[in-house]
Design a protein around this ligand. Structure first.
Ligand code: LMR
Length: 398
């Protein structure tokens, strides 16, 4: 008997697969607008100078590669919690919030999913439609009932009324996943009044928010992007937050992230954290260290932190300029109005409004790679070739 005979092949990952297809394309004029990584003016995904410096210090100083504990490095946990919740957070001062270090933001989501499945049985989860495809598979894979609230419709506009109406129907106790900023895949973010309206429903329906915070610093600023997270943390007795250091620290492959839990009660927090350590032990045992050690080194040193903040600000500014530049480059083609939303969206991604057929044509005719749903990673565009990109878009829109 062949043990593997009945195993079928699944399609490759729709986002990571684009990296390989792009690498294989021999056209020197190609564009990589696929996977969500930042690129600089040279088309490289740089290691920030603050990260390089921190790494050098660690090489000199680190004396052991022994395991970190189940929750990871305590300094990393404290510093990331301050970054997310604010350095003056009363929750942190009263030991009512804590972080568990995870392999990237995806690891934090996975840990959250297992926690909900094991410790809050029967709770469903509500995801935005659309959302990052891995949200769908992580929570379904953990056995949770996945439901959706409308977010961006066929007209490629944010539909807050429809979102709120759906959340009004969510069963009491269900979990609602919200994107803190830089919504992936659409780039459309909630305004402050929208967030307050969601908070109101969360309170009335007794829902548990899980806020995915993967792009802190890429929207309006490190502090500004945390506004909704901190509002929810201040107003609600309990909250889950997943934080990623992949984008803002440029640590992608180092897999650095955290699951933060906020609780009304310091003692209850320890109960929850004991469960997280138990679940994590069965998922990955203890988290990888290097990226978290780098983050702790940066956030724990005022000079290095200031350098890093400058670098995050520069990345954000570059993306904002690319957004405006692309819309401008579309002007001569009479398409600036149709694509004006690209300049207004936030973060790396834009739901362009291009359909799958147009995305296919862009790739086949012009070597422009983006996700089939029409999601473009604007941070992957080349500022010097925006006219070329606009001409390609115009070609497939004819
Ligand atoms: C993306 O959406 O492109 C990023 O979050 C990278 C990933 O892992 O999918």
């Amino acid at each position: 008997m062949m043990h593997f005979a009945a195993i079928a092949r699944v399609p490759g990952d729709p986002i990571l697969g684009l990296m390989e297809a792009y690498a294989r394309d021999g056209n020197p004029a190609k564009f990589d607008l696929g996977v969500g990584v930042f690129k600089d003016a040279q088309g490289l995904t740089p290691i920030p100078a603050a990260v390089k410096q921190a790494e050098q210090r660690l090489v000199e100083r680190q004396a052991t590669k022994s395991y970190v504990g189940g929750h990871g490095d305590a300094a990393f946990g404290r510093l990331v919690s301050e970054l997310v919740l604010g350095s003056d957070s009363t929750l942190l001062k009263s030991q009512r919030a804590g972080a568990t270090q995870t392999p990237g933001g995806t690891g934090a989501l996975r840990l959250a999913a297992e926690f909900i499945a094991h410790c809050l049985p029967g709770r469903g989860i509500w995801l935005s439609d659309p959302t990052w495809p891995i949200h769908e598979t992580i929570f379904a894979g953990a056995g949770l009932k996945v439901s959706h609230y409308p977010y961006v419709g066929a007209d490629n506009r944010l539909n807050v009324d429809a979102m709120l109406a759906a959340l009004e129907q969510a069963p009491e106790g269900d979990v609602v996943l919200l994107h803190a900023c830089c919504h992936n895949p659409t780039g459309f973010d909630l305004g402050r009044d929208d967030w307050r309206a969601v908070l109101d429903i969360v309170k009335r329906r007794n829902l548990l928010p899980l806020i995915d915070f993967a792009y802190q610093g890429f929207g309006d600023g490190l502090e500004e992007d945390a506004w909704a997270v901190r509002l929810f943390a201040a107003e609600l007795p309990e909250l889950l937050i997943t934080s990623s250091c992949s984008k803002n620290f440029g640590l992608y492959r180092e897999r650095t992230g955290a699951l933060l839990v906020c609780s009304h009660d310091a003692d209850k927090l320890q109960d929850v954290r004991s469960q997280l350590a138990f679940i994590a032990r069965n998922l990955w045992s203890t988290p990888p260290d290097h990226g978290a050690a780098v983050v702790a080194e940066i956030l724990g040193d005022p000079a290095l932190k200031a350098l890093w903040i400058e670098e995050v600000n520069a990345m954000r500014q570059r993306i904002a300029e690319l957004r405006v530049g692309l819309v401008k480059a579309l002007e001569p083609h009479g398409l600036a109005g149709r694509f004006a939303h690209i300049a207004a969206q936030r973060g790396m991604f834009s739901y362009t409004g291009l359909n799958p057929e147009q995305v296919r044509l862009l790739r086949e005719r012009h070597s422009v790679y983006m996700v089939g749903t029409g999601r473009a990673n604007i941070a992957g565009a080349d500022a010097k070739r925006l006219e070329q990109l606009a001409a390609a878009v115009a070609d497939v829109c004819r």
